[in-house]
Design a protein around this ligand. Sequence first.
Ligand code: FAD
Length: 244
Amino acid sequence: MQTLIWQFGTVVDKLQETSRTQSIAIDVPDWAGHKAGQHIDVRLTAEDGYQAQRSYSIASPPEEPRVWITVERLDDGEVSSYFTDELRTGDRIELRGPVGGYFTWDAQTADSPLMLVAGGSGVVPLMAMIRHRSAAASRPPARLLYSSRSHEDIIYRAEIDRLVAVDSTLEVFHTLTRQQPDGWTGFSRRIDRAMLEEVAWRSEERPDIFVCGPTQFVEVTATSLLELGHAPGRIKTERFGPTG
Ligand SMILES: Cc1cc2nc3c(=O)[nH]c(=O)nc-3n(C[C@H](O)[C@H](O)[C@H](O)COP(=O)(O)OP(=O)(O)OC[C@H]3O[C@@H](n4cnc5c(N)ncnc54)[C@H](O)[C@@H]3O)c2cc1C
């Protein structure tokens, strides 16, 4: 059920995830709950009445009462830099949601392997799915292919490592496109068809596929998945905006 009325939530926690990303916990009165993969819209209003509106994916699973978002700071970004630099615990922010019904995954009804492909902060709604899956009693096997610029830029790195360590049915593959630490054994290029062929479930296994990231990243990935024979109806995509 969607509640698309604007309301105020209160910032109750903030966490530095990487040098450029922060997670923000928002207490929203009478939050009706959400599905993994949905987002909220936020609206900032200046004293002169100027407004800026943006969307942020919900990072927390449906099981968590507070709404967590994770915001990547863009240097010339109007709203993201306000969220990372100015917003403080106790501040109120205007928001509406949860928004979106297409890019969602429910562990209770899932009967196919789960394939998640993330570029940068595109991991946020996919993390909600991973967290939701971890809390579920029965879970299909899942794989995450996650592209970051460098090791330091991997959002939720410690949590992902912890989840993989206790769940043999969750596999995570990283690719670092700009800088790799010494001894790096993962991929070190942008996601391409050959990488997807190596890592993704095969089309005959009929995985549910979710792809999220910058616009160009999503387009290249979705095209490669189609070329590998995955049915269009099984590939769900969410575009965050321009390639940085
Ligand atoms: C459904 C949805 C969910 C989203 N979820 C998240 C999320 O979980 N976390 C998150 O950090 N962002 C998310 N975004 C992107 C977010 O809505 C904003 O677009 C982003 O924070 C930039 O806003 P800004 O006001 O800081 O930048 P702007 O002032 O709008 O733009 C500044 C500059 O950055 C460029 N730019 C704009 N958006 C992006 C982008 N996404 N990537 C790279 N360059 C960009 C612009 O072309 C411009 O040059 C989501 C977008 C959508 C549509």
